[in-house]
Design a protein. Structure first.
Length: 283
């Protein structure tokens, strides 16, 4: 049994088709099919059921999957250990955070970091996807909830207050009413965010005019007069053309957590960025 064949097995199990798995690994579809047949011959079992919708794991395939994933994790760990032993402040760092946090909070820190360590290239990933630290999809991740993966080292970085904003010089809504006002909220996939329920309770008669999973988009819509928005204070206070609304109490804020894989704790460039982030943003 070849480890490289197990990589192909994992790709097919995750992607569901030979074509998608081939694209993921940079292989050709015939090569993927040939390598899968070689693996099935080696183990003496059919690992996938071929259906019109793609490849579905058999019971034997499910058993192989658990072992193959553990082997993959060990292979990835070797790479992390070697990367953690680096001593020079050069190379690549992949950092993941939300869109507004990257623009408003991290950009000044990364600017300073670039001047201090010009040989370190920082790749900043700002989208809604939760990048995996164990799979090395990112080296450093910022989240609004605590990490629960046992192999991740994490800490609370700071608490971010939120505020209610409206376009400057417009009439402000009154808590408990909201009639005639429009709301710019998070999209329905993030409808469980604390600030969404809070603003709907504070302004029960307001109507929803727009939704977005991008806080910067919400801020721009608010500045354009589309509606009232709940924004992180660092973003709202930095957005031209909006002002705070007093509804008697501030919206619930959010903690921001920072995490990295424990195997990376000795990587000098990661440690240098962590120290600067904590010094500039931690509180």
């Amino acid at each position: 049994m070849e480890w490289s064949d197990l990589r192909i097995f994992l790709a097919i199990a995750r992607e569901g088709t030979l074509g998608a798995a081939a694209r993921a690994l940079g292989q050709t579809q015939p090569t993927m099919g040939r390598r899968l047949r070689a693996l099935e011959d080696a183990v003496g079992q059919r690992l996938f059921q071929r259906t019109s919708d793609g490849f579905v794991l058999t019971d034997e395939g499910q058993a192989v999957l658990a072992h193959a994933e553990r082997m993959e994790e060990e292979a990835i760990a070797i790479g992390r250990e070697l990367a953690g032993a680096e001593t020079a402040l050069s190379g690549l760092l992949r950092v993941s955070c939300s869109d507004w946090f990257g623009v408003t909070m991290l950009t000044p820190v990364l600017t300073e970091f670039a001047s201090l360590h010009p040989k370190v290239a920082v790749e900043l990933l700002t989208d809604a996807r939760l990048y995996s630290l164990p799979r090395r999809e990112a080296d450093l991740v910022f989240r609004i909830k605590a990490f629960d993966e046992p192999e991740v080292v994490s800490r609370r970085l700071l608490h971010i207050p939120y505020g209610v904003y409206i376009r400057k010089d417009e009439v402000h809504p009154v808590a408990g009413d909201g009639a005639g006002f429009r709301l710019v909220l998070m999209d329905t996939a993030f409808g469980g965010m604390p600030d969404v329920a809070w603003i709907e309770q504070k302004l029960p008669k307001a109507s929803v005019i727009s939704r977005s999973n991008n806080r910067e988009v919400q801020a721009r819509l608010c500045a354009a007069g589309v509606g009232v928005a709940v924004l992180p204070r660092p973003l709202g206070d930095a957005t031209p053309g909006v002002e705070l609304v007093d509804l008697g109490e501030p919206p619930p804020g959010r903690d921001t957590w920072i995490g990295y894989h424990r195997d990376m704790r000795r990587m000098p460039r990661l440690r240098a960025l962590m120290d600067l982030v904590i010094d500039r943003l931690g509180r």
